[in-house]
Design a protein around this ligand. Sequence first.
Ligand SMILES: Cc1ncc(COP(=O)(O)O)c(C=O)c1O
Length: 458
Amino acid sequence: MPKQPNQTIQQDRRYLWHPFTPMAQWNSQEQLVIERAEGVYLIDDQGRRYLDGVSSLWCNVHGHRVKKIDEAIRKQLQKVAHTTLLGLVSEPAAELAERLVKITPDGLSKVFFSDDGSTAAEVAIKIAFQYWSNKGKPRKGFLALHNGFHGDTLGAVSLGGIGLFHKVYRPLLFETCLAPSPYCYRCELGLDRQSCGLACAAKVEEILKQRAGKIAAMSIEPLVQGAGGMIVAPEGYLKRIREITKKHGVLLIADEVATGFGRTGKMFACEQEAVEPDIMCLSKGITGGYLPLAATLVREEIFEAFCGEGQTFYHGHTYTGNALACAAGLANLDIFEQEKVIEQLGPRMDRFAQRLEEIKERDFVGDVRYKGLMAGIELVADVGSKRAFGYEQRIGAKVCRAIRKQGVILRPLGDVIVVMPPLSICLEDIDRLFDAVGQGLGDCRGLLEAGDRGGTKK
Ligand SMILES: Cc1ncc(COP(=O)(O)O)c(C=O)c1O
């Protein structure tokens, strides 16, 4: 039976609880129903096209409905959709594991599959903890960063450093040391941009010295703290963290869930500073943004610590290494290789950077930060003093709504407008995206005044 007009929206309002969404407001807002997609465009049920400016939450890589990935999934579907990895071997999972080991930084040699970024982090945490336990030198401390994000399951939240998302769960979490975030625009240590990164790294070393022999691992989002507001670490910070963790015998977990698969301009952000972590978390772009899949990679010596009697890693999810997702993952890697995706990024990154630089001088723009095709535009009430907008002004959300009217979908993180299109975006679409951002920023004053008068027009 054909659907009635608005039936989907009614079903959504009646039955669906959206993630990371203040639901009371959701039901009073105008909503878009996305029905299909083509390349970097999402198409709604009225046939209107929107540029997917955040890669469907940072996971889409080559655009939507990519022939090679569609075909790979169909081909796998003709064999089998899913079989368990508990006790059985699966061809696409084994092949993808080999290919991931070959493209990730040297030293990582074993792949543990799971389902999403949070489970990749959860696996990393449990492996790090049990590694020390299996070695007979138990450690239960973890070190992470303010503004850090590793997912929404409780282990991952324990490593989280974003008050708005994580504070409420504190009573449920294990204790984690949090070091300052290299957020140079608002340096916690009160330093200028030049000194911020090194001083933040020095704080990490101070903590590791104080807690010698107690910290199992440090977890970091290499180069860009995504959910914390697209905070780009100054050059050399990541490398320094690797040196410090190595010196103090602490495992380094590189959470490349957001930065992996080309986002920063290299296949993995760790490559930008020749960093070889002990454990690496991958998800989001691993299937080109098609299906849920994650991988936690570890060094051989970590894996070996789980091979003795009574040392087994008793962890696994039902859909671990799902065949359809792994087939999509293999096709994703084929595209990277055959179409030389990373090698072709230069002109796109240049145009992206050029358009972002132009935005720096706009009203209410406090900071513009980017790496590769990941960017954050931080809006402030007063540029000179960096005074933030009040939470209740919801300026980020309002500006993104204005941008949506221009046919571009973005999603803010508080007052930071996040721009993170698929790597396949063409130069014309980069221009279209930033023209819409420019228009949205131009509307900022009007949106604020409307807010002051008691809200925007419906
Ligand atoms: C760095 C990082 N780690 C982990 C996650 C969690 O991933 P998921 O939402 O797939 O659980 C995210 C999600 O944004 C992330 O950015």
